[in-house]
Design a protein around this ligand. Structure first.
Ligand code: G4P
Length: 528
């Protein structure tokens, strides 16, 4: 991969940096987001993004359920400019019950920042999200956070990243002290010191032997620190743009999001080295970002962003060309042309009409049921982007409607919710009540709350005899027909009419898989 051209300021696509932050809850993602936005001037006050506990409510705090439980349920996008770059920061839900949303969001980014709590190292959810990034070779920049608190040894943390994630590390900065002694960072290659009490102006030094460190660190810490840094300068890999862009090496920064320290180096690194919009694989060909004609796909549908408007927004990642307000785009799934009248950009507290958006940008399109997750929009070409996945749900529940007169309305509402990706919908072939599938139980609460609030439909859930399901396919369609007829009471159709087999337990599923070797049972499905 080549480095961005020097005159890229003139090229709107080359200026775009579209990224997400991945982390385990509590590592500091919200705090870091807030600080990054401050750099972009997207928010005026620290604390604006924070949507937790009893804090002041913000725009990322859209749903009642999120407020009640103090968790970040929704995915949002925030656009800001810094250092002549346009950054699109895609937020991901912190709660693992919404992991599907997060996976879809990661299909729309070109790089990611991995935030690690310096006292805890790699935690379960960080590892899982990292694996999703790896599947797409997304380059990762690492931010080791909370250096102002007691931490683990930096070498130990780097070693853990290398071993558990099989990812090379290149520390760009090194912490000067830790916990109570944390005094700033030392740039290992450029011999620059950033002090905690003055982050803006780095001080050049002649290396770790500089007398400045005697001032910054307690007398008993400075000697061991010098040895540590010399070892780091000697033994750690230098940053290599190509390995980073290919997803093999992560540059590492140390800092404290809470103290707004280390964030400047991080955002400068993103501006300089994070990749511009990548090429995207579609069914017929690969689409390159600087092609002239607009293409894009829907990776997220979000409801109730503004309680006063009850709107639904389809989020599109523009993959190539320019999306212009007022243009008509082809919705490839239906072949219909749809007008793009009010595309919108989002900022931390605000949104605005997007007159034009380029490859790499994420825009919201107000949507009244026309667009679904996974939909491709083009200027006429028949191509479908691959890779917005759907995962076999881990919880299945039958919907119990308390008012039988509203069955038709419920069908429509469930269809809508499934198209938005709130839940997956399975319509049993034996005509019994609809089954919904979710990855995490909180999704069931969201569905129930939304059906009541938006459609006036009070529902409850019944357990079903099924606990697992799989999409089924066969090379020979007659074999699939035989399978379906033999298992009619265990078959359902998903939103697209694809056949789904449901089983009471993983054990019985395994038994059926052995009995039907020519049927492919799949737990992931690409939207198309
Ligand atoms: P998350 O979005 O990843 O879940 O994490 P969030 O930013 O909400 O941070 C989790 C907690 O860690 C917060 O404390 C936050 O203030 C704290 N934190 C974040 N970055 C740093 C840091 O660099 N240093 C230190 N010492 N703490 C940090 P909390 O107790 O949950 O909330 P509150 O104290 O902000 O009320």
């Amino acid at each position: 991969m080549t480095a961005p051209a020097p005159d890229q300021a003139a090229d709107p696509v080359a200026r775009r940096r579209t990224f997400a932050i991945i982390s385990h809850p509590d590592a500091g993602k919200t705090t870091l987001t807030e600080k990054l936005l401050l750099f972009g001037g997207a928010i005026q006050l620290a604390g604006e993004v924070k949507a937790k506990k009893n804090r002041q409510s913000t725009r990322s705090d859209w749903m009642g359920i999120e407020k009640e439980r103090g968790i970040s349920v929704v995915t949002s996008v925030m656009t800001f400019e810094y250092a002549d770059r346009v950054f699109n920061l895609l937020d991901t839900p912190g709660h693992e019950d919404f992991s599907e949303d997060t996976y879809r969001t990661l299909t729309a980014v070109d790089s990611a920042v991995m935030v690690i709590d310096a006292a805890k190292g790699i935690e379960a959810r960080t590892r899982k999200l990292f694996e999703v990034c790896r599947m797409r070779d997304i380059p990762i920049v690492t931010f080791i956070n909370k250096m102002d608190r007691e931490t683990r040894d930096p070498f130990d943390l780097l070693d853990e990243i290398e071993k558990t994630l099989a990812l090379d590390t290149a520390p760009v900065t090194w912490p000067i002290g830790r916990g109570r002694s944390f005094a700033g960072t030392f740039d290992l290659r450029r011999n620059l010191v950033r002090r905690l009490d003055d982050e803006v102006t780095p001080t050049p030094v002649n290396g770790p032997q500089s007398a400045l460190f005697d001032q910054l660190l307690p007398a008993d810490e400075v000697g061991p620190w010098r040895e540590e840094v010399e070892l780091a300068m000697d033994a750690c890999k230098p940053f290599d743009l190509q390995s980073f862009r290919e997803g093999h090496l992560t540059p590492v920064f140390f800092g404290s999001a809470l103290r707004n320290f280390g964030v400047r180096d991080l955002i400068d690194a993103l501006a300089a080295n994070a990749p511009p919009p990548r090429s995207q694989d579609a069914d017929r060909r690969t689409v390159v970002a600087n092609e002239n004609r607009m293409t894009g796909f829907v990776f997220k549908i979000q409801a109730n962003m503004d309680p006063n408007h009850r709107d639904r927004m389809a989020f599109i990642r523009v993959c190539s060309g320019k999306l212009t307000r007022g243009m008509k785009a082809k919705l490839v799934r239906t072949g219909k042309s749809i007008p793009i009248n009010t595309p919108q950009f989002f900022f931390a507290q605000d949104r605005s009409i997007a007159d034009e958006a380029w490859a790499g940008d994420v825009v919201g399109l107000p949507n009244h049921g026309t667009l679904r997750i996974g939909d491709t929009l083009t200027e006429g070409e028949d191509l479908v982007f691959r890779g917005v996945p759907s995962f076999a749900p881990e919880i299945l529940r039958r919907i119990k409607l308390t008012d039988a007169m509203k069955a038709k309305k419920l069908r429509e509402a469930l269809q809508q919710m499934a198209e938005e990706g709130v839940v997956q919908l399975f319509v049993p072939q034996d005509g019994s009540a609809a089954i919904v599938g979710v990855v995490g139980a909180l999704q069931l609460d969201v569905l129930k709350e939304r059906l009541l609030a938006e459609y006036g439909l009070p529902i409850d859930y019944d357990t079903t005899r099924f606990s697992v399901c799989r999409w089924v396919e066969a090379a020979d369609s007659r074999e699939l027909d035989r399978f379906v007829s033999a298992n009619l009471s265990s078959m359902a159709s998903d939103l697209d009419g694809a056949p789904v087999f449901m089983a009471p337990s993983p054990f019985s599923l395994k038994y059926d898989q052995e009995r039907w070797p020519d049927i492919r049972f799949s737990d992931v499905k690409d939207y198309q």
